[in-house]
Ligand binder design. Structure first.
Ligand SMILES: C[S@@+](CC[C@H](N)C(=O)[O-])C[C@H]1O[C@@H](n2cnc3c(N)ncnc32)[C@H](O)[C@@H]1O
Length: 191
């Protein structure tokens, strides 16, 4: 689902970039993120700062997808050397099965009411032995945050327990998990 205008503005802030650069990416790396010479897909890439961080690590290829054309337009303007496309995580039929080594998500599934369908698509796109790195808030924190700040997150049954149960049915194995006060971070592997 598209972001509300308040969240859209927050996602463009220097604080968001600071968090991605100094906290989230290093934590993903501590969980085993290694994109060197890998084919990488970022889902919900926003205005492209994740692309900037990931491309510095030497992937073989990088594709950033986001539902919002205005995010992709910004990403293309800021980082013209990287590949960005408008795309919906719940329908990635334009991408071949087993075409990525690494899929990465910086806080996006809780924006997708049909998040299970997005995970099904990711399972299809990953190569055997490939890795999914994702970070998401707990459902309870999401509801509290929404009550306090009203960012307009979609109505959804998203929660970490439900997500973990769904992953199991897709043959995606939780390899490492790290709780932080805002987000829980995962390294998930396709067996
Ligand atoms: C909270 S923002 C995070 C953006 C960026 N990953 C970051 O960390 O700054 C969530 C992003 O997911 C995108 N999004 C929401 N639903 C989506 C979907 N179904 N498919 C792809 N992207 C989606 C939104 O447009 C938004 O850019």
């Amino acid at each position: 689902m598209k972001l509300s205008s308040i969240e859209f503005r927050a996602m463009q802030s220097p604080w968001r970039r600071w968090g991605q650069r100094t906290v989230e990416l290093p934590l993903f790396r501590s969980l085993g993120l290694d994109v060197r010479d890998k084919d990488v897909l970022e889902i919900g890439c926003g205005s492209g700062y994740g692309a900037f961080l990931l491309n510095r690590l030497g992937p073989r290829s990088y594709l950033g997808l986001d539902l919002m054309p205005e995010q992709i337009e910004r990403a293309r303007q800021k980082y013209p050397g990287y590949r960005f496309e408008v795309g919906d995580a719940t329908d990635l039929s334009g991408l071949d099965d087993a075409s990525f080594d690494v899929v990465i998500i910086f806080g996006v599934l809780h924006h997708i009411p049909a998040w299970r369908t997005a995970l099904n698509e990711i399972a299809r796109l990953l190569r055997p032995g490939g890795s999914l790195f994702l970070e998401e808030p707990r459902g309870v924190d999401l509801r509290l945050f929404e009550a306090l700040f009203r960012w307009g997150h979609p109505q959804s049954d998203f929660g970490l327990r439900a997500m973990e149960a769904h992953l199991g049915g897709l043959g995606l194995i939780i390899f490492r998990r790290l709780w932080t006060p805002l987000l829980t971070m995962y390294h998930i592997r396709k067996g």
